[in-house]
Design a protein around this ligand. Structure first.
Ligand code: NCD
Ligand code: ZN
Length: 350
């Protein structure tokens, strides 16, 4: 059956391997959007202040579970924000107790709320060695932050300057290169045989840098890492639809209110939680690879993390254009939902 004959697709329930849920009223507003379709998600720790210790991760997890609407089944997989002061013993305890699934590395200053990130990688080496020993993955925001490196080159330079040396020093460490945006990153992951995988976001499969900058500046398409030129987007699509086990979905759905985004120095982040599965079905259908959607959203991620894929399923039905709210409401203002720029025909059945 070719893709154009497929109008209904049942897949294992997806997981999101990179998600920002925030806290307080924002958490309340955005959590149901993910929990509706996803069984689990890796929760980013970049709150203010960041989630650094096992105790903080346990508290944050309780707040997420408390915010979950009744009847929704969703498991937050917590991460610890790696700082130069992180205690390897605390990380071991968090992992052993099932409190934290992974550790998150932000190079200091790379993105929203990353000031406490790592400057000197030697300082975190004992933590990374402990993680390698216990098989706990490191999720990496793969951009250098040097002001003399062009923002469009920061991911490629990170691979050479940080990732390659780090993998040499701690070869057994499991690493997820998150939200990859370049052909360089795709090639690097494909050429590595061990312990390295990458997440790809929904929006980086759909937009390139023209969407942000051509014909007027579009703050709702601004995120970090910033979308690159079209050839890179195509490389990402090829990786995502290939079925290669090393690539899986991490939406990086990162809600900010419109007032925070629409200003002279607006925040980075795109909110894709409400329509991600519909967007992805369009991308995979356009590539003639609908049958690989399940690998990308529901199988490859758990395999890398050493977890079982979900037994429950969701069904996508193709039909008339899908309607969904353009905004999610919070007391601090609306959060605009990602606009893919084309009609969506795939609806996730309730
Ligand atoms: C994220 C955020 O808003 O927390 N923003 C983004 O553009 N992706 C941070 C991040 O993951 O880089
Ligand atoms: Zn993120």
């Amino acid at each position: 059956m070719s893709d154009k004959d497929i109008t209904r697709l049942t897949i294992r329930r997806p997981d999101d391997w990179h998600l920002h849920l925030r806290d307080g009223s924002m958490l309340q507003a955005v959590l149901p959007e993910t929990a509706r379709h996803f069984a689990r998600a890796i929760i980013m720790p970049n709150l203010v202040p960041p989630v650094v210790t096992a105790a903080q991760a346990a508290d944050y997890r309780s707040r997420i579970i408390a915010a979950l609407p009744q009847g929704m089944d969703f498991t937050p997989l917590m991460t610890l924000y790696l700082t130069e002061g992180t205690d390897p013993e605390d990380v071991r305890r968090a992992h052993a107790a099932g409190i934290a699934t992974a550790v998150k590395l932000y190079p200091a200053g790379a993105t929203t709320n990353s000031a406490s990130g790592v400057r000197d990688f030697e300082k975190v080496r004992p933590v990374l060695e402990a993680m390698a020993e216990i098989g706990m993955p490191l999720c990496v925001h793969g951009e250098v932050t040097d002001s003399d490196i062009d923002i469009f080159d920061r991911e490629a330079v990170f691979i050479d300057k940080v990732l390659k040396p780090l993998r040499k020093k701690v070869p057994d460490l499991k690493i997820v290169m998150e939200h990859v945006t370049t052909q360089d990153a795709v090639d690097y992951v494909r050429d590595s045989h061990k312990q390295l995988a990458a997440t790809i976001t929904t929006h980086h499969l759909i937009i390139n840098r023209n969407h942000i900058l051509a014909g007027g500046i579009k703050p709702h398409y601004y995120c970090l890492p910033v979308a690159k030129r079209e050839a890179h987007r195509i490389a990402l699509v090829q990786a995502a639809v290939s079925g290669d086990k090393r690539f899986f979905l991490g939406t990086d759905s990162a809600p900010h209110t419109d007032p925070a985004k629409l200003q002279a120095c607006g925040c980075a982040g795109i909110f894709t939680a409400p329509n991600t599965m519909s967007c992805l079905a369009e991308v995979f259908e356009a590539a003639g690879r609908l049958k690989k959607l399940e690998s990308f959203t529901s199988v490859n991620g758990p395999l890398f993390y050493g977890l079982s894929p979900n037994e429950a399923t969701i069904t996508l039905q193709k039909g008339d254009p899908v309607t969904y709210p353009r905004h999610v409401t919070t007391p601090d203002g609306p959060v605009t939902v990602f606009d893919p720029g084309f009609e969506l025909h795939w609806r996730v059945e309730d």
